[in-house]
Design a protein around this ligand. Structure first.
Ligand SMILES: Cc1ncc(COP(=O)(O)O)c(C=O)c1O
Length: 482
């Protein structure tokens, strides 16, 4: 027995102990506070020295989860109406433990066997829901950042085939790409890291539904071409981070077709609507994309990390990421291209198992039900808040993200922004629930998202009541001001 080995009795006892803790945590989620009250939150770092010798594992496994829960910020809570971080399915939590134990190395098929086939099947299932009828490919990623950056790398390879070997200086002019002012900041990072520079990303203005203004896209492309720059890609967002707005992918695809530009759809959140027969039309036109980002760790209720990049040009994956290693010979009889040649990763965790297992246990219809329910709940909340006198809808709600503003018709924008922030501070002070304030197209909004699969009308009603009582408190003159 080596020092890391535990005997069977201890292994089982520790496993049961942890499962009990996770089970109680899950049972508490419908009513769990998201975090501690404001006055108890501390952001000071821990300062213990590294332990020289170990402690009793049962004691450590009792103390650490208890502290993590007591001092944590709980995105799985049904009272978290926050950013795109879900309550994981329980099956996915178990899948994570299984993957950690088996630790398959998905870089090559040689060393992963069934695991890589499961991953391929999961990618195929998602691609089939997109509606692609010709060959497509894809790969799991660490998340949307990696998927978006990989997609832009594919677009570069397609347009500037020498760039993989010779670098961006071989292009001979500035390559440019387009995305709306509401698109995700991972695109800025990607443009910087791909060596074309963040200024190569042209931010196109949005309309009052927070969608890319396609007429402005056309003018920007014409301007860049006239100036000798080289447009190569347009990124349409299916589910913006602020508002859940979905760009008009059909109109953008038409522009891309005319100018021979790569169309990437950043559907990190919203592309999951393809799992619902009733609501897939909300992301209509997605099948016209050359590549798509979809993050199972957002709307598909997976724990971090799980992103997916799909492309209808599968051959470009190897042209972009392919490389050779003498230390990893190909398995005899395997015709599949190894994962390390189709993605930015080498050592690779099996991020697909949790989604594959959830689909095995709950089926596609489980997701359809989740998506349909959350869209209905968001519509319910819009009506609930609009029926009161304090808030008005700021951006039309499409996916389960709601943007409202405090109703202060005579106030300037700074006044509304200050009131929105004060209300959010008041609502989140106790730690019971979480919403946020952001700005859409230059206007301050309060952002509410239905993301935990445990959230229902009850939690939303409590939130609405908390928002109204916060508005009454921070805006004592609100009635007079209107
Ligand atoms: C629209 C969009 N794209 C991409 C990302 C990045 O995804 P990840 O956080 O998985 O890297 C996000 C994250 O919220 C997002 O909202």
């Amino acid at each position: 027995m080596t020092n890391f080995d535990l005997d069977e009795k201890t292994r089982l006892a520790l496993g049961h102990q942890l499962v009990e803790i996770i089970n109680s945590f899950y049972a508490s989620l419908p009513d769990r506070a998201v975090q501690m009250p404001l006055e108890q939150r501390s952001f000071a770092p821990l300062s213990d020295a590294m332990p020289e010798v170990g402690e009793d594992p049962a004691k450590v496994l009792e103390e650490v989860p208890a502290a993590m829960i007591a001092q944590g910020f709980h995105v799985p809570s049904a009272n978290y109406f926050g950013l795109m971080n879900p309550a994981p399915t329980y099956v996915a939590v178990l899948a994570e433990a299984l993957v950690a134990a088996l630790n398959p190395q998905l870089a090559t098929q040689n060393r992963s066997q069934l695991a890589v086939k499961i991953e391929d099947e999961t990618v195929r299932w998602i691609g089939e829901r997109v509606g692609w009828e010709t060959a497509f490919g894809g790969t799991f990623t660490s998340g949307g950042n990696e998927a978006n950056m990989s997609a832009l790398a594919l677009a570069m390879t397609e347009h500037f085939p020498h760039v993989v070997e010779d670098g961006v200086s071989s292009i001979g002019a500035l390559p440019v790409l387009y995305a709306s002012t509401e698109s995700h900041h991972s695109l800025d990072k990607s443009a910087g890291l791909l060596g074309i520079g963040r200024r190569a990303l042209r931010r196109v203005a949005v309309n009052d539904r927070a969608q890319m203004d396609v007429a402005q896209l056309r003018s920007a492309i014409a301007e860049d071409k006239a100036a000798g720059r080289k447009p190569f890609c347009v990124v349409a967002t299916a589910g913006t981070t602020n508002s859940g707005a979905v760009d008009d992918m059909e109109a953008i695809a038409e522009v891309c077709g005319q100018h021979k530009l790569w169309l990437h759809v950043d559907g990190a959140y919203g592309a999951a609507a393809i799992f619902s027969d009733e609501h897939r039309g909300l992301v209509g036109g997605i099948e016209g994309a050359d590549s798509i980002t979809i993050d199972p760790h957002k709307w598909l209720a997976m724990p971090f990390a799980a992103g997916v990049l799909l492309t209808s040009h599968p051959e470009l994956l190897e042209r972009t990421f392919g490389t050779q290693t003498p230390y990893m010979p190909k398995a005899a009889g395997s015709t599949r291209i190894d994962n390390f040649k189709v993605s930015a990763q080498w050592s690779r965790r099996m991020n697909s198992m949790k989604l594959w297992l959830t689909l095995r246990v709950h089926g596609r219809q489980g997701y359809e039900e989740l998506i349909d329910r959350q869209i209905m709940l968001a519509r319910w909340m819009v009506e609930r808040l609009s029926a009161g006198s304090f808030f008005e809808l700021a951006v039309p709600q499409v996916l389960p993200i709601i943007n409202v503003r405090v109703r202060l018709p005579r106030a300037k924008e700074e006044g509304v922004a200050a009131a929105n922030s004060a209300i959010v501070d008041e609502v989140t002070r106790s730690g019971e629930r979480w919403i946020s304030v952001t700005s859409v197209n230059g206007r301050s909004v309060i952002r509410i998202m239905v993301i935990s699969h445990l959230t229902g009308e009850r939690q939303l009603e409590n939130l609405a009541a908390a928002m109204e009582s916060a508005a009454k408190k921070v805006l004592p003159n609100v009635a007079a001001a209107r």
